[in-house]
Design a protein around this ligand. Sequence first.
Ligand code: FES
Length: 206
Amino acid sequence: MQYSQKVLDHFMKPHNVGKIENPDGEATEGSPACGDQVTLHLRVNPETLIIEDIKFQSYGCASNIATGSIITDMALGKTLDEASEIHWKDAAAELDGLPPQKMHCSVLAVDTLHAAIRNYKERHGQAKRSGFDKEAILDELRKVIYPQVGEDIVTLKMVKYVGFENGEVIIDLGVPKFDQYRDNIAEEIREHLEKFEAVKSIEINM
Ligand code: FES
C-alpha cells in the first residue's frame, strides 16, 4: 500500500498519544468498516473554550494512527467550535493523502474528535442531545466511504432517497448489482444507524 512520507512519519512517531486524567471531554468510537477503535481525551479552558491538551489512543491501523496524530495537532490550541469544523478530508489532505480504501480510518479518527467535543458540550450544558431526523441520517451516510474511490456515498450521489418515519429508516441506493462493495456498504450503513435509539428498523433498497 502506498503511503505518503507524512503518514509514515506520524505512524512511526505519533504525536499526542495517551490519556488525560479526569478529562473534560472524552469519547471512544468504533469503525463499522473494520471494527477498530479510537479513544480521545480533551482538556478545555472553561473561559476561552480553547483545547489546551488532547490525547488519543488508537487500536486501528497505520492510517488511523497517523490521522489521530495529525488531527490532535490540528485541534490543539483551537476553540471547540473551530475544532468541530475539522473534516476527515482536511485530515487526509494534511497527511498528503491516504489510499482510497483507507479513508474510513480517517473518518473514524475525526468522528472521535467530534464526539469528544460533543461530550464536553453535553457535560457543560452547552448542547442538548440532538434529535434524530433525516439530516442526522445523512450525516451518518456521509461517514460511509466507498472504498474504491475513497469518497463518501452521499458526495458520490449513491444515495437516491432517505425516509424516516416512526423509527423506520428507508434508504434507496444507486449501487450496481455487480459492485463488489455492495454488501459492505449496506452492512456499514446498518452499523452506523443501529446505534441510535430512535431507529427501529432499516430498509436498504439497491
Ligand atoms: Fe481499521 Fe484503519 S483499517 S482503522
